[in-house]
Design a protein. Structure first.
Length: 197
């Protein structure tokens, strides 16, 4: 007996991109946002303050703790997590469902805790791990960003060590040697193999 869903794999439309701190997830998704308007990218809600240049509704929805509490209470978040023990981040559920219903390839760029929640809630989601070329390179990128103080950087390094070990939980690994190449590799995975050439 053939059960529904056991035929040839239907290309999944939800993709989760996770990986260690400062590996370049944000840069890869920004590159996709610029070059691939066909890919829908989720805008997370966060309780952290905007960094210079960040815009509400573009990079994040910057919300108060009370508003984040309300979103959790109303079950409006597909997943959420406290990241770096500093602020809460979550994926608004409705826009993801709308994008998927519209048949758009949808991308979530989230941390590992959030990725695990999405994997549990939506087992068909394609789980992609973005890895650094090496640990040394990851540290260089983390320090190079220079937006955190020493204590914050140490905290992020500790998180990154744990996050690197999680690679085996993912379906695919993309090594982020060069942002544009990694972005193209990810989009190719999301939209499936190109037609005959
Ligand atoms: P940043 O504060 O540097 O923008 O992001 C910090 C971390 O939060 C990154 O690892 C990013 O992937 C993660 N993040 C951003 N949005 C979400 C979200 O909606 N859910 C979860 N779980 N993590 C998120």
């Amino acid at each position: 007996m053939t059960e529904p869903g056991h035929g040839p794999a239907v290309p999944t439309r939800l993709t989760v991109l996770a990986g260690p701190t400062a590996v370049g997830k944000g840069s890869v998704s920004a590159d996709i946002r610029t070059r691939h308007p066909e890919v829908w990218i989720s805008i997370s809600a966060t309780t952290r303050r905007p960094r210079p240049g960040e815009q509400d509704g573009v990079h994040y929805w910057f919300v108060s703790d009370a508003e984040f509490d309300r979103m959790i209470e109303a079950d409006e978040l597909l997943e959420w997590a406290v990241v770096h023990r500093a602020a809460r981040y979550g994926t608004p559920r409705a826009p993801v469902q709308e994008a998927l219903a519209a048949g758009r390839p949808a991308l979530l760029e989230i941390d590992l805790q959030g990725a695990r929640q999405v994997h549990a809630a939506m087992p068909d989601a394609l789980m992609v791990f973005l890895a650094p070329p090496s640990w040394e390179e990851l540290v260089r990128r983390l320090v190079g960003r220079g937006t955190e103080n020493d204590e914050e950087r140490e905290r992020r390094l500790a998180t990154a060590r744990q996050e690197l070990a999680a690679e085996t939980e993912f379906d695919v690994t993309i090594v982020n040697t060069e942002i544009h190449d990694a972005a193209e590799e990810l989009v190719a995975l999301m939209v499936g193999p190109a037609g005959p050439s």
